[in-house]
Ligand binder design. Sequence first.
Ligand code: NAP
Length: 241
Amino acid sequence: MEKNKFVLVTGGTGAIGSAIVELLAASGYSVYIHYVHSESKAIELVDRLTTQYPAQWFSAHQFRLETLTKEDLSFIFELSSVVFAHGTTVYKEFGETSFEERHSLFNQYMEGPYLILKLVENQLRGGSVVYIGSIFGHLGASWEAWYSTMKAGQIGMMKSLAKEWATYPIRVNMVSPGLIYSNIHQHLSEEDITLTISEIPIQRAGLPEEVAFAVRFLLSEDSRYITGQAIFVDGGWNLLG
Ligand SMILES: NC(=O)c1ccc[n+]([C@@H]2O[C@H](COP(=O)([O-])OP(=O)(O)OC[C@H]3O[C@@H](n4cnc5c(N)ncnc54)[C@H](OP(=O)(O)O)[C@@H]3O)[C@@H](O)[C@H]2O)c1
């Protein structure tokens, strides 16, 4: 149990983010839950977890990563780790994405995490950062070129920070999911999902909590000699290249 450690989880209302929040809460962490639209879900999580784990702290915070300021993070009074579990995709042919869509993805995955880490860097010493990346950041994906490009950019940022901050010490790692049940796949038909699953060695989609298990490991002392790494949670999908 990692008692009395405070973690900021961005996208804490998403399928993966909320599974991370739930598992960290059950493991003794206090959690700041970030959301964008899902206020009622964020409040429900805070109320339920506060009742379940009264000795820990849970609070919900709405802010936009694109326009983040120091005041947006003024709720943080203690922090040991950040988990970036937010974000959307754009599912379109390469030439069809708009300027606004490309910049929204850039702000979500590059600029937003940069602004957060710049503001909390000093509080994180001795702690850890985990990005939720994507198998597509490693392998690329047709019809999700810009999303995949930003996810690849996150790998570069993760590895660079792991080197730059190793002696602070702050460890920086990534969990790269494959196909996990969530709203992010709303654009896919049942047929697309069945076809994708047929390509995955373990022959099923992953569950959000299976991503959360890897996050918990990377935040814990059990991973104290690991930095700059991406762990695939994808049922072996990346092995097909
Ligand atoms: N599901 C998968 O198969 C899969 C695979 C690989 C990687 N991932 C990655 O996992 C992360 C979470 O995805 P998910 O599957 O959990 O998706 P999800 O269920 O749709 O959750 C998305 C989360 O991002 C937040 N969000 C929405 N718009 C945002 C914006 N403009 N800026 C910042 N945050 C925003 C949402 O907040 P509200 O609820 O308040 O709107 C929500 O908390 C993403 O980075 C995604 O790329 C997912």
